[in-house]
Design a protein around this ligand. Structure first.
Ligand code: ZN
Length: 409
C-alpha cells in the first residue's frame, strides 16, 4: 500500500505523470457490502494520472494487501467471456506456440475458464490465483491451481516443480498489479528460452477514444499503451512481437512478448506511432478528456432526475466494478435506481459499494418491467439488450451512459 500520490510511472519508471482526473473518494469498486455492515466501509481518493512519456493511464495502489483473497469477479458468468477464452486457446494453437505436453500457465486464472480451454489443446496446464474462493471453483473442475500471489519466489518454486513454461498467459490481471517490474521479473524466471508471454489488458487508446473513465479504479490500476509495455519489457530483455486489438472490456489488446532477438518489433513501432498521433503522450488530450467526462456526468444526471421526476421506474443492469466508479462519481444511489440486476449470484443480496444500491437476480427485470434499464456493464450492452429482448418488446427502454449518453427504445 502506498500513499495517495504518485510520482513515478509503474511501467517506464520516468517522473512525467499528469494528474488529469481526480474522481473524489471511492470505496474499492469490488467491495460489495452486506446490508447492515455499511458502517465500516472505507473510501480512498481515486486519482487518475497519465504518464506523458509512455502513455500508461494509472492510479495509485491503495488497497490493503489481502483484499484479493476473496474476490467477487467471476468471468464465467458472461457468455462473451466463454467465447473469448476459447478463441484465445485457438489463437495460441494457431500460432504454434504450444506443442503437446508443453506447459501453459495462466496467472490470475480466476475460476479456470481459460485453463479449461487450454486443456483441450492437449497441453499441461497450471493456474495461479491469490483468491481462495476462485481457486476452489477451478479445482472443483479438476484443474491444477496454485493459491498464491505471483512473485519471483513463487516462480522459482513452480519452475522447479513443473519445468519451464512454453506460454505464460495473463488476462485482465496485469492491470491489477502495482509492482509490474516484480511481476515481469517472475515471468522471466518461469518462462522457457523460446517461450511467449501473452498479456491481455485494457488499452489506453480505447480508454481515451471511448471516454472509458470508469474502467480505471483502485483494483484496475493501469490501462496500457503499447509504448508502456515496450518500455517495461526493455528492463527485462523482452520485446513486444505482436499486438492484437480485442473488443472485450470496452477495448483491450493481446500483446505477445518474447526474448529480445526472437522476433521483429516493427508491429510495436507502428502501434506507438498510432498512439502518438492519437495524442496519448500529450497533456491536452487528457485535459479534453476530463472536460468531456464532467459534461457526460451532467447530461446523464439531468436525464435520470427528469425521468424519475416524471414518475418513471429506473433500475440498473450489471453490477460490474467499473459501474461502481460511475455510480460513486456521478452520485447515483437507490433514490434513482431501485436495484442493480446481475447474473452473478455471488453478488445477490449485497449492496453496491458507496452508493448502497441493492443487487438482485436479472429475472427481476422481466417480472417487474421497470420503465428504464440503465446499463452499467456497457461493454456487454449488445449481449444484455439481446438477453432482455422480451423486456424491450413489452416497451422497456435502455439507457447507455458510455461512450455517449444514449436511450435505446
Ligand atoms: Zn510511463
Amino acid at each position: 500500500m502506498m500513499a495517495g500520490t504518485m510520482t513515478t510511472c509503474r511501467a517506464c519508471k520516468r517522473e512525467n505523470l499528469y494528474l488529469f482526473l481526480p474522481l473524489g473518494m471511492h470505496p474499492p469498486a469490488n467491495a460489495f457490502v452486506r446490508p447492515g455492515e455499511t458502517a465500516g466501509e472505507r473510501s480512498f481518493p481515486l486519482d487518475t494520472y497519465a504518464c506523458l512519456n509512455c502513455g500508461l493511464v494509472e492510479v495509485p495502489d491503495q488497497i490493503p494487501p489481502d483484499f484479493f483473497r476473496n474476490y467477487l469477479y467471476v468471468p464465467s458468468a458472461s457468455e462473451a467471456m466463454h467465447a473469448h477464452f476459447a478463441e484465445l486457446a485457438r489463437t495460441l494453437k494457431g500460432r504454434c506456440l504450444l506443442k503437446p505436453d508443453d506447459l501453459a500457465v495462466d496467472i490470475g486464472c480466476n475460476d479456470g475458464l481459460l485453463l479449461n480451454s487450454l486443456k483441450g489443446l492437449g497441453v499441461r496446464t497450471l493456474g495461479i490465483d491469490p483468491a481462495a474462493n476462485l481457486v476452489a471453483l477451478a479445482r472443483a473442475k479438476g484443474l491444477e491451481v496454485v493459491n498464491e500471489y505471483f512473485t519471483p519466489q513463487t516462480a522459482r518454486a513452480l519452475r522447479e516443480r513443473y519445468g519451464p513454461a512454453a506460454v505464460i498467459v495473463t488476462t485482465n490481471t496485469f492491470n491489477h498489479i502495482d509492482d509490474l517490474h516484480a511481476f515481469v521479473a517472475a515471468v522471466t524466471v518461469l518462462l522457457g528460452p523460446d517461450g511467449t508471454f501473452v498479456i491481455e489488458v485494457p488499452q489506453a487508446l480505447e480508454y481515451v477514444r471511448g471516454l472509458e473513465f470508469d474502467t480505471v479504479y483502485h483494483e484496475h490500476l493501469s490501462t496500457f499503451s503499447v509504448k508502456s509495455l515496450v518500455e517495461l519489457a526493455k528492463f527485462f530483455g523482452l520485446v513486444v512481437t505482436d499486438v492484437e486489438p480485442l473488443p472485450i472490456h470496452g477495448g483491450s489488446m493481446r500483446v505477445f512478448l518474447r526474448q529480445a532477438g526472437a522476433g521483429a518489433d516493427a508491429v510495436a513501432r507502428d502501434w506507438v506511432t498510432r498512439e502518438q498521433q492519437a495524442g496519448l503522450f500529450d497533456r491536452t488530450t487528457y485535459d479534453r478528456f476530463a472536460v468531456e467526462v464532467r459534461t457526460s456526468r451532467d447530461k446523464t444526471m439531468s436525464l435520470l432526475r427528469r425521468l424519475k421526476g416524471d414518475g418513471n421506474r429506473l433500475v440498473g443492469y450489471g453490477a460490474p466494478a467499473k459501474g461502481n466508479t460511475l455510480l460513486n462519481y456521478y452520485g447515483i444511489g437507490p433514490d434513482l435506481l431501485d436495484y442493480l440486476a446481475d447474473r452473478n449470484s455471488l453478488k445477490h443480496e449485497l449492496l453496491s459499494p458507496g452508493m448502497h444500491i441493492p443487487i438482485c437476480a436479472a429475472e427481476r427485470i422481466l417480472a417487474e418491467q421497470p420503465d428504464y434499464v440503465f446499463i452499467l456493464a456497457w461493454n456487454f450492452a449488445d449481449e444484455i439488450v439481446r438477453q432482455q429482448d422480451e423486456y424491450r418488446r413489452r416497451g422497456g427502454q435502455f439507457i447507455l451512459p458510455i461512450p455517449e449518453l444514449r436511450v435505446i427504445r
